[in-house]
Write a protein that binds this ligand. Structure first.
Ligand code: KG4
Ligand code: ZN
Length: 346
């Protein structure tokens, strides 16, 4: 018996089957990256329509790959916030239909909390609470005092672009593809991360757990296309591209890491967990591990496939089901103040 989890908050159509013991029997992700690549960012209406086409085949595949049938399902969970409203509604409609047809409990879950739950899935009962949680993705960059899987107090985060959004926009400036994070990571290989001195706004402000990435993006823009330079400059290549990408990546990671360290100081937590698409970045992962060694902290870093959007992390819904929750067919979406998701286009 197992839980069917559904994820359609942004541009991945995903479904997973997870047992009560938190064993992931299947996790299917249909990415829309290619659909949005020509706009170098997510176009909400295109995303919603693609979810409509894919949601049922993705759910069917998740059930089949898990080696179960619909009759074996015990509950249905849907990510209901935050996200693009049209995208969220497609997942919710599918979840409601299946729950109603099979007479199963239906629960909603929070996508951001689920990103951190990927650590609980990866580390099982070794996962430590309370901890400092960092969620860095295309739509969010926030720090939390995580008292339990469902108990997250937001400590701070970006006041403008999300870190992943900054990667996506920087990639576009550098003439690279979408999504920008993996492209910049690849382009940065062999580059000198200290070649260009890019700003790290707020990083040294020990009074605030806020971060800012928009000035960094502007600084990169002026390096790539100097204000008084020729208008039609070709994008950088070779060594120059590698140095720019490496310097940008280093600046984002330095900014994030300074605030993770400050959050550890403020909360006194002995553990740090990270999640979200940007947590797939090797420099960030290594830097958080290094911080952990330096400060004697437990560090929880999910496998890369569990960092980017997926439905396996919807296993967090078990935490609510085990407390007797059943939102039923009255369940609704809460798009939230997901400014970044709606504004991600460059
Ligand atoms: O969590 P996610 O899949 O979707 C949202 O909830 O937004 O995160 C996607 C974001 C994109 O902005 C992408 O560029 C970034 O995560 N990303 C990365 C890497 N892989 C994905 N950023 C930096 N380095 C990576 N390796
Ligand atoms: Zn996400």
């Amino acid at each position: 018996m197992a839980l069917l989890a559904i994820e359609t908050t942004c541009d991945e159509t995903a479904a997973a089957v997870v047992t009560r013991g938190r064993e992931v029997l299947s996790s299917v992700v249909a990415s829309q990256e290619q659909l949005h690549a020509r706009w170098r960012g997510v176009v909400p209406e295109v995303a919603s329509r693609a979810h409509v086409e894919r949601i049922i085949p993705v759910i069917d595949e998740a059930v089949a790959r898990a080696g179960v049938t619909r009759a074996d399902l015990e509950a249905v969970a849907v990510a209901v916030r935050p996200g693009l409203v049209g995208s969220l509604l497609v997942g919710l409609a599918a979840g409601k239909a299946i729950a109603a047809a099979l007479d199963l409990p239906l629960v909603g879950y929070d996508h951001v909390a689920a990103h951190l739950y990927a650590c609980r899935l990866a580390y099982g009962h070794d996962m430590v609470y309370p901890c400092v949680g960092l969620v860095a993705s295309g739509g969010h960059t926030s720090l939390f005092h995580v008292r339990g899987p469902l108990e997250l107090d937001r400590l701070g985060g970006t006041i403008d672009d999300a870190a992943g959004e900054a990667f996506d926009k920087a990639a576009s400036l550098l003439g690279l593809g979408y999504p920008g994070g993996p492209e910049i990571e690849r382009a940065a290989t062999g580059g000198d991360p200290h070649c260009h001195r890019l700003p790290r706004p707020l990083a040294n402000d020990r009074d605030r757990l806020d971060m800012s990435f928009s000035g960094l993006k502007t600084a990169l823009r002026y390096l790539v296309r100097p204000p008084h330079g020729p208008p039609d400059q070709p994008p950088p290549t070779g060594r120059r591209l590698a140095d720019l990408a490496a310097s940008f990546q280093q600046a984002v990671v330095d900014t994030i890491l300074a605030k993770v360290a400050l959050a550890v100081d403020r909360t006194g937590c002995g553990a740090v967990a990270i999640g979200g698409g940007v947590a797939a970045n090797t420099l960030l992962r290594d830097s958080v591990e290094a911080l952990g060694r330096k400060r004697g902290l437990r560090v929880f870093v999910p496998p890369r496939t569990m960092c980017t959007d997926n439905a396996a992390m919807g296993a967090i819904a078990w935490e609510r089901l085990e407390r007797g929750a059943n939102d039923g067919l009255a369940l609704d979406v809460t798009p939230g103040t997901d400014r970044a998701a709606a504004n991600r286009r460059t």
